[in-house]
Design a binder for this molecule. Sequence first.
Ligand code: FAD
Length: 500
Amino acid sequence: MNSKVIIIGAGIGGLATGARLASRGYNVEIYEKEDTIGGKVNRFESGGFSFDSTASILMTPQVYKEVFTYANKASENYLEFIKLDPNYRVFYHDQTTYDFSSDLTKLVPTLEEISIEDSASFIKLLAHSYEKYLIADRYFLSKPFTRFIDFFNPLTISKAIKTNTLSTTFKYTKNFIDNEKLVKYICFQAMYVGISPYEGPNIYTLVPAVSQLYGLWYLKGGMYSYVKALEKIILEFGGKIHRNSPVKEILFLKDRAIGVSTDEEEVKGDIIICNADFSYSMKTLIKDNKAKAKYKNRRIENMKYSCGTFMIYLGLKKKYPTLNLHNLYLGEAFEKNIQAAFQGELPDKPSLYIYCPSTIDDSLCSGGKEVVNIMVRVPNLLFERVNWDSHGISELRNIVINTVKKIKGLEDIEDNIEVEKYFTPLDMRNSYNSYGGASFGLSHTLTQTNYFRPSIKSQKIRNLYFVGDSVHPGTGVSIVLNSSKIVTEEILKNSPRNKL
Ligand SMILES: Cc1cc2nc3c(=O)[nH]c(=O)nc-3n(C[C@H](O)[C@H](O)[C@H](O)COP(=O)(O)OP(=O)(O)OC[C@H]3O[C@@H](n4cnc5c(N)ncnc54)[C@H](O)[C@@H]3O)c2cc1C
């Protein structure tokens, strides 16, 4: 009989691992607490508008497609990728606007217009960051790091030194570029992993470098199409997904995980994979002290967590041609306002990410209308300083909308709102059990990265695995997809049928 795999959580990590293992003949059952699957990559409909609730920036489509290749499926039968140009439209508070093209021949004149002195250095910064990315991709992002020796060996250490990540993103960027607009553009993107560019290691300049050099992409129907496609292949291979089925506890017998308990039943399994947030799971789902290993409650509480996000979703009555698919508003007092989220404060002059998928996808609302998400970085709940009641939400909402109205072409946006919804760090915690309402899980500090990040395999329990943004290699859809591959390979390696 085929081994039974129980997966806790139908986030990207749980679904992708489920699809991979189901394609290898495992009997996969996924238990998801919510009535929708996808976790942080989710979707909701309201008043005739369809909103991608969080993730929207798609880098490295080859990583998305690889899951399908792995499962012997043709991704083009499930997904339609569209290459973007420009990558971003950037609005600055001095009313200037620039399109950052993914095509070098269009990007260079834009760079020269912003700062002829810094245009070559901008390319140099991309080249250096690209070099780091190649090292990270080959030596860190695809390695399991389940054993001390996997990381602490001369080759890996020499590569880690070569990435020279010790200075912050901001300082590193300033080594190349003086121009404030270009520095903001790089630093804002490096913050996508939820760590401050003024505090976090400079390795995250690989985010703007990868976006620039490989391009950004859009999935027809929005990011949620990916979730639906993963669900489809799981079902095609006979896997099962149980919605509205929160797991209460992982069950152990000696040094093995033997199953999980839900409100209704105890379910037995041969392999248990936990995709629910790592810190939440250690505190809540794993009661056995031996199984917690070094992640006892005190340690979990003392770890560093990424920032939160506040989202405003707008269904608009008319088109706004001033918007591109991905837009950034890079505001004044940039450092103070970016740092606010990491120091427990709300920004009073926020910089924003504005997503408007209806510019290229007419399946999300009826013609002549627009779907818009506005995202601002805010403190996670662990700071205990922000009140996410209706009054707190309304104050921040007004600051954000007034900022958006400063953008030329969006002055009347408030008069044309048909649907308006919000998503706060409280929702993040309540819906997906994200510890502290952090949007991107454990922070990517140097001491919480690579071998030092929680492993994909339990140290003490032979058949217990973890997948998702708080374990190695880290946050972001494509990185979590890497995590699903590493976990799957590790399970196959340890499978009794491979040891015959
Ligand atoms: C606002 C925001 C914007 C983002 N933007 C981007 C972007 O543009 N591009 C990008 O690549 N990435 C982006 N990300 C990051 C990306 O969305 C995440 O890294 C990724 O989706 C995490 O997937 P996961 O599988 O690790 O976890 P999750 O999505 O957290 O999945 C965990 C699942 O477990 C379920 N669960 C929890 N507890 C239980 C339980 N007890 N029983 C059963 N089920 C349970 C949850 O409901 C959830 O479905 C963004 C994230 C946020 C929050």
